[in-house]
Design a protein around this ligand. Structure first.
Ligand SMILES: [Zn+2]
Length: 233
């Protein structure tokens, strides 16, 4: 202990504080610094004013494959690759810098009302993503339409891959905020708000495969009225 560099220790504490502020869990701090668990817990309490959350870290790669997390993780990991590659950063610095850039990007979208009020990708998720890549569980696959590189399972076939942005699922981009705004607008018709929007969409699909209506808006109006009367009954 006596030979331990004071400067090195100060650097590690500064790094730990930065990571805690960005939302790091204890496991991440223990892996990325050589500070003892006791010190990290004390530091965490001092910075956050509360004990670090207990429990295991998420350990499935599947989360990164779902639509919105995949887009956010791919954005983050492309930045991370730039940081560790051309920008020549140390891995932990690359993590911090790319996560800060990701947050910046998210804040801009959030300010424009396009995203929910918490970032999709937490720092701990971003860190597990990096670890999954280094242990060979994930790969970056290029989209044949836009040429962007996206997070995918390792050894998944790469030929003909189309990303979630070029081919979004039907509910894509539907944020909780948008849903709340819609509910507020629909306050005069509480039944529709309660039924929004999954059953309506299923009903539309049903309607489309059955008797083909003249136009989709017409079908939607029909269904909305149907749901409203159904709920009122
Ligand atoms: Zn694409």
């Amino acid at each position: 202990m006596a030979t331990r560099s004071v400067v090195q220790e100060v650097k590690e504490i500064a790094l730990a504080i930065e990571l805690i502020e960005l939302g790091a869990r204890l496991q991440l701090l223990e892996a990325e610094t050589s500070l003892s668990r006791e010190r990290l817990v004390r530091l965490y309490k001092e910075v956050k004013g509360e004990s670090p959350p207990k429990g295991m870290l998420p350990f499935s790669t599947d989360w990164f494959m779902t639509w919105q997390p995949n887009v956010h993780s791919s954005l983050f990991y492309n930045t991370y690759c730039f940081m560790t590659g051309p920008a020549n950063c140390e891995p932990v610095q690359a993590l911090v810098k790319s996560y800060r850039l990701y947050l910046e990007h998210w804040r801009l979208q959030e300010a424009m009302g396009q995203l929910d009020d918490a970032p999709v990708l937490s720092l701990t998720r971003a860190w597990t993503l990096v670890r999954y890549f280094s242990s060979g569980l994930l790969q970056m696959t290029p989209c044949v339409r836009c040429g962007g590189r996206f997070v995918a399972h390792a050894h998944d076939p790469q030929r003909g891959y189309v990303c979630g942005l070029c081919q979004p699922p039907s509910r894509a981009g539907r944020t909780r905020r948008a849903a709340l705004a819609e509910q507020a607008a629909d306050r005069t018709m509480p039944a529709t708000a309660e039924f929004a929007p999954e059953p309506a969409r299923e009903a539309i699909t049903g309607a489309m495969t059955g008797a083909m209506p003249e136009s989709i808006p017409e079908a939607t109006t029909g269904i909305t009225t149907e749901i409203t009367t159904e709920a009122a009954a």
